[in-house]
Design a protein around this ligand. Structure first.
Ligand code: SAH
Ligand code: SF4
Length: 352
């Protein structure tokens, strides 16, 4: 059923994504889980997610915290970030992700540099290394990437959002540039980061071929890690208001799982995150992502009050408490406590 030509062409991948055959879809997800266990192992690595601020200088047409949305803006204090990171260390998550709206002012950049150093200096449980740090803070000048890498961050997530330049242009204002985004990804690699990327799944006017192209883009970019998830509309954004149709919740959810599965088959030894956006569509969404081939899970450590204001999309449905341990007791998911859980591909390529 899973014939090898499916993975070798854009058309084969698009056809697999379009399939409505429940047997085929089930077999695809199961095969991806099997390949994951065989290649990177059954462990899931944790990254405590700290949403540092919803202030953003950008205006992406899909995003609920874009510059022009009128909402209450917050920024966590350094103590709040460090408290969240301490929780990650105590709970033996192994890593944190600092994510937020894009800002390039010097005060913000220096705050992040100080935080990286302070997080690296936090005590961890006996035998655990210092916390690993992933950043997700948008496009920055190369010098800033260098500064943050030198301070101790070692992974960076910057999604391509869509690998189709036309679709990229349709979901961003005119002052955003696809080429600049590509350059930023390249620079992150050159600065030494494990550079993760990803795209939204089920965007208005996106085709199965576009999604297949995203998968091939990850392969061509040789991404050591990928975080991709369903598009979830936010009511106050131009993309939602444009009225251009997009797939139903059910379709976006299934597409989200199938993209994870196909990517695991295409790139068996990379890290793939089970994105929070899956959970908006199904309370067990992220767990199902792990069973479809993902191996990274990001429990949210943002203080409750600010978390409610970090509305990239409408996520009222997301409870936010992480319950992986309790709900997946059937032994299919093991947690790699206290470990960085770096991408196997990256470790092989860099002998580390
Ligand atoms: N500002 C940084 C990090 C925060 S946004 C950046 O843009 O990289 C992180 C991700 O949220 C984005 O890459 C985007 O893919 C996702 N996102 C934003 N709005 C979304 C929406 N409406 N549905 C699904 N994902 C969304
Ligand atoms: Fe800002 Fe990121 Fe949202 Fe774009 S996606 S508006 S850069 S927070």
């Amino acid at each position: 059923m899973m014939d090898s030509t499916m993975l070798s062409s854009r058309e084969g991948l698009a056809e697999a994504l379009r399939s409505r055959d429940p047997e085929f879809n089930r077999a695809l997800l199961d095969e991806a889980y099997r390949v994951k266990c065989e290649t990177v192992g059954p462990e899931v690595y944790l990254r405590g997610l700290i949403e540092i601020s919803n202030r953003c200088v950008k205006n992406c047409l899909y995003c609920g915290i874009r510059r022009d949305v009128r909402c209450r803006r917050y920024e966590l204090t350094e103590d709040e970030v460090l408290d969240a990171a301490r929780t990650a260390a105590q709970q033996r998550f192994g890593s944190v992700v600092i994510q937020g709206g894009e800002r390039t002012d010097r005060a913000f950049v220096e705050k992040i540099t100080r935080l990286i150093r302070a997080i690296k200096a936090l005590p961890t449980e006996a035998g655990d290394p210092p916390l690993g740090i992933t950043l997700s803070l948008g496009e920055q000048p190369r010098e800033v990437y260098e500064e943050w890498f030198a301070a101790g961050a070692h992974r960076y997530l910057l999604r391509i959002e869509s690998s189709n330049p036309d679709l990229y242009a349709r979901i961003h204002p005119a002052d955003h540039s696809f080429d600049r985004r590509l350059r930023a990804l390249q620079e992150l690699k050159e600065c030494g980061f494990q550079a993760g990327t990803g795209a939204m799944i089920g965007l208005p006017s996106q085709t199965a071929e576009d999604l297949a192209g995203d998968l091939l883009f990850y392969k061509e970019f040789n991404a050591p890690m990928v975080g991709m998830g369903p598009y979830n509309p936010h009511p106050d954004t131009p993309l939602t208001r444009s009225g251009v149709p997009y797939p139903s919740e059910k379709e976006r959810f299934l597409l989200g799982l199938k993209m994870i599965a196909l990517l695991r088959l295409l790139m068996p030894d990379i890290n793939i995150a089970a994105a929070t956006a899956l959970e908006v569509l199904d309370p067990r969404g992220r767990e199902l992502g792990l069973l479809a081939g993902a191996n990274v899970f990001m429990p949210n450590l943002t203080p409750e009050q600010q978390r409610r204001q970090y509305n990239l999309y409408d996520r009222k449905a997301v409870g936010g408490q992480w319950s992986l341990g309790q709900s997946l007791t059937d032994g299919k998911i093991r947690i790699g406590y206290g470990r960085w859980g770096d991408s196997l591909r990256f470790r092989k390529e860099h002998n580390c």
